[in-house]
Write a protein that binds this ligand. Structure first.
Ligand SMILES: [Fe+2]
Length: 218
């Protein structure tokens, strides 16, 4: 067996956030309980999101490699890269938040996934079978990132009031990932439209430069 490789994002998160720094002794037990509740909610939301990524990425990869959407194959590849990177960030965030939960003497909640995540997962499965609704997927992803941002912002503020700087920092770090993803989606509406039109067999009338899959000769 060779030497161990560099730690994964999830392992780094556990090393960094798994230390039991605890809350300020000045924090009231009621606030401490609220902090743990919020942490469990955000952790469950992100864990639900993580489950949603794999069927979605598989569906995008199938379209990218299927040859039926050549006109937008570059956009499918771009989308796959962006969501793969955010999937890895989300996995690290789940580990980081779980490490904070355990450091605070709690455990993850089971079976608590908010409806929007379950709905998006169902849509991803449908997409895997019969062509994706890219417009609806992008809309849901954009809303979902903002739901994550809002919950993480509240978690950060609550952690600050509890004197728990480690949880506040974990919330900030995860929030930065979701903010970056929301900005990425927001910068790609023209591409989302191209994907939507192409998946419906309509002309895309793309205006954004070279289209590798579009043959000039006819
Ligand atoms: Fe996210």
């Amino acid at each position: 067996m060779g030497p161990p490789g560099p730690p994964t994002g999830a392992q780094r998160a556990r090393l960094r956030y798994g230390v039991s720094t605890g809350m300020s002794p000045l924090a009231s037990p009621d606030l401490g309980k609220k902090l743990i509740d919020q942490l469990r909610t955000v952790h469950a939301l992100k864990r639900g999101a993580l489950r949603m990524f794999d069927p979605m990425l598989a569906a995008v990869a199938a379209e990218r490699d299927g040859g039926e959407m050549d006109e937008v194959s570059d956009l499918l590849a771009k989308m796959h890269r962006a969501f793969s990177a955010h999937r890895d960030q989300t996995a690290a965030d789940v580990s980081m938040l779980e490490a904070r939960l355990r450091a605070l003497g709690s455990t993850p909640a089971h079976g608590r996934v908010l409806g929007i995540s379950a709905g998006a997962a169902a849509r991803a499965r449908v997409g895997a079978i019969g062509g994706q609704n890219h417009g609806a997927n992008a809309r849901d992803a954009f809303v979902f990132e903002h739901l994550e941002i809002a919950l993480l912002a509240l978690l950060e503020q609550l952690a600050i009031r509890c004197g728990d700087e480690a949880t506040a920092e974990a919330a900030r770090e995860a929030k930065a990932h979701d903010e970056a993803m929301a900005v990425t989606i927001d910068g790609n509406w023209t591409n989302v439209l191209s994907l939507t039109l192409a998946s419906q067999g309509l002309p895309t009338a793309r205006t954004d430069g070279p289209r590798p899959g579009l043959h000039a000769a006819s």
